[in-house]
Design a protein around this ligand. Structure first.
Ligand SMILES: Nc1ncnc2c1ncn2[C@@H]1O[C@H](COP(=O)(O)OP(=O)(O)O)[C@@H](O)[C@H]1O
Ligand SMILES: [Mg+2]
Length: 349
């Protein structure tokens, strides 16, 4: 069953360590908020991507991920993973990553033993009466997905934004998101790093923050990569809706047509993020977004009065610029498009 990837003959411990590091590096597809993603193989020999999620809140690992949500406890992490599995099992669409299944392992599996979903071998544990505390910290959950070529960030950087079919990519993301929203979920972490590409096909991935959208229910505020995070989350409104995904969609559209992120902030600061947003879109007035002026957490007076809609976001495409400013990157979430409306506007591009 175990397909050893290298020969063990004549090797010292140091060689073994280096060799397994090399194997891991060769199989590494990417690193995200929770852990690492490796290339693996299913029992039917089909190649797949394996996301390894550690249950331990790993301070050192998380400190490297400055732009990402940092789960502060293992309990929270587990509830997010269970939600991810639940949502993935309820989605099936050509523009949503295909989920093959998951397995639990009481300890980290060697890279050459990630192989198959149904391979978990519990025999090793027979002589143990009960799990120890340490077992919990070593435990991993492995999620198995269809294998894609790369994420959208790398794709744009490698090809150059002028050489990609931005309209086709954006349309596919919208179709995937329409499926997610129509099933009653929100993604809450849409970004170019979480969109995967293979040839001409684009799929929404990383449902680590996804959940059922329940109207009038308070939600976690530590969601979405900072650069893609909607202003209502920044001002502390936990009763946000699926409109947070439409804001992120706007940021993706901006990146597709300009090559650049909509905002780019280097540290987790609500005020700098709002400064960057308002500087480009204008500071919300009471008329344009009343909730911003009645927010307890932010004093609107600290921002200069940048005029609304005076800034051009996409210089060489008027139609995309208009849709972005008037319908997607709109600070007031109630005035932002639904995904169905975005799909109707695609004919304008
Ligand atoms: N199915 C896949 N095929 C190819 N690469 C993948 C796949 N899933 C993830 N990756 C790579 O790993 C990175 C992190 O994956 P992601 O699912 O976003 O994990 P996290 O929840 O840790 O952010 C992605 O940006 C991508 O580069
Ligand atoms: Mg991710």
């Amino acid at each position: 069953m175990m397909n050893t990837l290298y020969s063990d003959d004549d090797k010292t411990d140091e060689d073994d360590e280096n060799s397994s590091k090399d194997t891991a590096a060769a199989a590494l597809l990417g690193e995200g908020t929770y852990g690492k993603v490796y290339k693996g193989v299913l029992s039917n020999d089909q190649a797949c991507a394996v996301k390894e999620v550690r249950l331990l809140y790993d301070k050192e690992f998380n400190e490297k991920k400055r732009h990402a949500f940092q789960p502060d406890s293992a309990h929270k992490l587990i509830s997010f993973i269970l939600a991810e599995i639940y949502v993935l099992k309820n989605l099936k669409h050509p523009n949503v990553i295909q989920f093959f299944g998951w397995k639990f392992s009481p300890q980290q599996l060697p890279i050459d033993q990630l192989c198959c979903i149904n391979d978990v071998n519990d025999d090793d544990d027979d002589d143990k009466d009960e799990d120890t505390y340490e077992d919990f910290w070593n435990a991993r959950i492995y999620l198995y997905f269809e294998l894609m070529s790369c994420n959208l960030d790398d794709y744009i950087d490698e090809k150059g934004y002028k050489n990609i079919n931005a309209k086709s990519i954006f349309t596919q993301i919208c179709l995937g998101l329409e499926h997610v929203h129509s099933r009653g979920f929100f993604h809450r972490d849409l970004s170019c790093g979480n969109i995967l590409v293979s040839k001409d096909t684009v799929k929404i991935a990383d449902f680590g923050f996804a959940n059922k959208y329940v109207p009038n229910k308070a939600n976690d505020l530590y969601v979405t990569n900072l650069w893609y995070r909607a202003p209502e989350i920044f001002i502390g409104n936990s009763y946000y809706s699926q409109a947070v995904d439409i804001w992120a969609l706007g940021c993706i559209l901006h990146r597709l047509y300009t090559g650049l992120p909509f905002i780019q902030i280097e540290w987790d600061s609500t005020i700098s993020a709002l400064f960057a947003i308002f500087q480009k879109l204008g500071t919300p007035t009471k008329n344009s977004w009343l909730d911003f002026h009645s927010s307890y957490q932010i004093d609107p007076k600290i921002f200069p009065n940048w005029p609304l809609n005076s800034y051009c976001l996409v210089k060489d495409n008027q139609a995309v610029n208009d849709v972005l400013i008037n319908h997607l990157l709109v600070c007031n979430p109630n005035k932002r498009d639904s995904i169905q409306s975005v799909l109707r506007r695609l004919t304008l591009f």
